[in-house]
Design a protein. Structure first.
Length: 267
């Protein structure tokens, strides 16, 4: 995650990469991989390339665009070290990849003070967001962005009514400071690994996803109300019905009045 390129160096890498990609802004994934492999002294493994594709082509289009790769280099550059930097970050238990701000807040809802996670910023490509539970049981968020044109990353904090920028070596150094200030526990939610959990989708989107699916097909998502989940399921009539699940201190209360220790147990 180290950012060691000044603005002029970054532009040079970006332009050279475009030239290597045959001057096109969007190229097929296979062409991108073939050109990229020539940059590294050590051949990237298949696992590393799958991780890279998850970041650059999360929608599985089979293509990579130059803009998205440029934003990737902001967070994981320089070019020659981007694979190693990517792998280091993705291996952290507190890093949860592509989450929206609302999903982060909902996942941290009810967690003890000091619980935290890091995600990609959805609205600011190339940046990260640190979200954590404060001592007042609220969820706060800090944007971590590249310190261009210099090296490192920066955050902004409010002190005495004024916004103060702080520069750090990397994202890990930011976390070290916040751990000294009270962060204690990385969020490790099993929900994010469940193939039935769809996060922040609406009831209408759930209906679309379940359209034409067999009876009994279901998904679980966040409800519109913080502290609640919703199960959307295809009933015997072929229609999709929604059931609200309340998150309580001792478990999850379903619409039938049953309490389960975890959503997995409820499912």
């Amino acid at each position: 995650f180290y950012i060691k390129l000044r603005a002029t160096q970054y532009r040079a890498v970006h332009i050279n990469t475009k030239q290597k990609l045959q001057g096109r802004y969007v190229v097929p994934w296979k062409v991108f991989v073939r050109k990229l492999r020539g940059v590294f002294e050590k051949e990237p493994t298949d696992v590393q390339m799958r991780l890279l594709r998850h970041l650059l082509d999360n929608s599985d289009t089979g293509r990579v665009n130059a803009y998205k790769f440029g934003e990737f280099l902001k967070g994981f550059g320089p070019l020659a070290q981007c694979i190693a930097n990517m792998e280091r970050l993705l291996g952290q238990p507190w890093f949860h990849g592509y989450l929206t701000r609302d999903e982060a807040i909902r996942l941290l809802h009810g967690a003890p003070a000091g619980t935290y996670l890091v995600r990609f910023s959805v609205t600011r490509p190339g940046c990260f967001a640190l979200a954590f539970v404060t001592w007042t049981e609220e969820v706060a968020s800090v944007l971590v962005e590249p310190n261009c044109p210099d090296a490192g990353v920066k955050i902004e904090e409010l002190h005495g009514g004024q916004t103060v920028a702080k520069v750090f070596k990397d994202l890990f150094e930011v976390l070290d400071q916040y751990m000294k200030a009270g962060l204690t526990t990385p969020l490790e939610s099993p929900l994010l690994e469940a193939n039935w959990f769809f996060g922040d989708v609406s009831a209408e989107e759930a209906v679309d996803l379940l359209d034409q699916q067999p009876i009994g097909t279901f998904l679980i998502r966040f409800s519109n109300t913080v502290g609640f989940f919703a199960m959307s399921v295809v009933t015997s009539t072929g229609q999709t019905q929604h059931f609200r699940i309340e998150q309580q201190k001792d478990g999850f209360l379903d619409s039938a009045g049953q309490i389960s220790s975890a959503l997995q147990a409820l499912v």
